[in-house]
Ligand binder design. Structure first.
Ligand code: GUN
Ligand code: FE
Length: 422
């Protein structure tokens, strides 16, 4: 058993921060047993790890990021999605046929996630199985949680990234069957890139695997108007983009993440609601690629689950704190554009999306409630000089103007995660 003491801030619900000044978190076997303002009598003599004036918050969860686009982070933002994929993204991903290159870049990527306090990640790899396994091994070695997808694609891409359907199925099945420890922190997730990259045969087979193994699925949805028009041409029998995934068993039949959803409305929105499909909001990417403003308030009002993603390198920041800030900022543009009809997102709301809501895709992750995994960050914000700030104001300032230098400790399932030694 471990007991941690500090200023505890988390979001049980999206409407407000739960704050316990100089409180205690009691952890047993990696899980939270109790969160309290004063220790119960029976524990009064137990050893306490006292973090003094520091903040203890849930660790960050990034539900959509492209690991092999790490090298392109912060550049190549002069095009919209489809030419951006052809000109910048696919050429970089093709390099991951070389496992040594993948190893070198994935080490940097995982280390950077560690730095910014993202302890659970849902990542796209590339079409290459061996390189994708390398990424999974690195997450495992680091002690960080991840779901990693070997990308499926077999049309509208360079030959170097094109696989056959039988090869895709064989590789996916191998990953499903080898990364299947229910107690493990790293698993696979089925990852058809998006409808334009996958033939109906490919989508059919991936849907079959999802059903057969009850596997989660991730993909992209309604990100860009040109993309949506293209999907309409490619899938004329579908009533909307989301319906194309649904017809192949890839839209909530198993737990499903759909990144972006900038233009999701009407039938597609109803389908997401009915099938409990997660929206992964990637606000930096939506700005950088000029994609649009996702109607997050509408999703929340409809009780559609929403998480946040960095979408490197569509987005340019790996820090989920920056992603939170952009989510608020875009929502304020939406608010102004809607003549104040669409209430903007608040800080506790976006914090909830990055912690408890996103974390729910991994199980009981992202909150400080009994039964939850103790995934946490300890924030030493002394240098942001907080003489007379409240705890909520200190957290707000850290989110807006802080960075990894203030993250003093990181925990996953009760274990402290140290900087990877590579
Ligand atoms: N749609 C299909 N592939 C991608 C990708 O790599 N990034 C983004 N943002 N959208 C996509
Ligand atoms: Fe993406």
């Amino acid at each position: 058993m471990q007991i941690y003491k500090g200023h505890i801030l988390f979001t049980k619900t999206p409407d407000k921060f739960d704050i316990i000044e100089r409180g205690y978190i009691v952890v047993e076997n990696g899980k939270i047993r109790e969160v309290c303002a004063t220790l119960p009598e029976a524990l009064r003599t137990a050893e306490v790890v006292d973090f003094g004036d520091k903040l203890i918050i849930p660790a960050m969860n990034d539900l959509h990021v492209h690991a092999p686009q790490y090298r392109n982070m912060g550049m190549a933002m002069d095009m919209e999605l489809l030419p951006w994929l052809d000109n910048y993204t696919f050429p970089e991903e093709a390099k991951y046929a070389d496992v040594d290159y993948a190893d070198k870049m994935y080490r940097r990527f995982v280390k950077h996630l560690w730095k910014v306090g993202t302890m659970r990640t849902v990542a796209f790899g590339t079409v290459h199985k061996t390189s994708t396994i390398r990424l999974m091994e690195l997450f495992e070695q680091a002690g960080m949680g991840a779901m990693v997808g070997k990308v499926n694609m077999n049309r509208n891409c360079p030959d170097a990234l094109c696989e056959t359907v039988p090869d895709a199925v064989a590789a996916d099945e191998e990953l499903i069957n080898t990364w299947n420890d229910p107690e493990g922190l790293v698993h696979t997730i089925l990852t058809p890139r998006f409808v334009p990259s996958c033939t109906p045969e490919m989508l059919t087979e991936i849907g079959r695997l999802a059903h057969k193994y009850n596997m989660p699925v991730q993909s992209h949805l309604s990100e860009n108007k040109g993309e949506i028009a293209w999907v309409k041409e490619l899938e004329p029998a579908s009533t909307c983009y989301g319906d194309a995934y649904r017809r192949y068993g890839l839209f909530g039949q198993t737990p499903t993440l759909m990144a972006h959803c900038c233009y999701t409305a009407g039938e597609e929105l109803e389908l997401m609601k009915k099938n409990r499909v997660f929206v992964v909001h990637c606000p930096l990417s939506n700005c950088d690629l000029g994609s649009g403003m996702a109607p997050i308030r509408t999703f929340l009002q409809n009780d559609i689950p929403v998480a946040l993603g960095s979408d490197i390198s569509g987005g340019h920041h790996l820090s989920m704190f920056q992603v939170m800030v952009y989510a608020v900022e875009i929502s304020k543009l939406h608010y102004a554009q809607s003549d104040k009809q669409m209430a903007f997102l608040t800080l506790p709301e976006v914090f909830y999306l990055a912690t408890k809501s996103g974390g729910s895709f991994f199980g009981k992750v992202g909150s400080f409630e009994p039964g939850y995994d103790f995934d946490a960050l300890v924030i030493d914000d002394a240098e942001l000089n907080h003489d007379d700030y409240t705890l909520a104001q200190r957290l707000e300032r850290f989110i807006y103007i802080g960075d990894d230098r203030q993250i003093a400790h990181r925990y996953v399932r009760g274990n402290e995660v140290l900087e990877p030694t590579w």
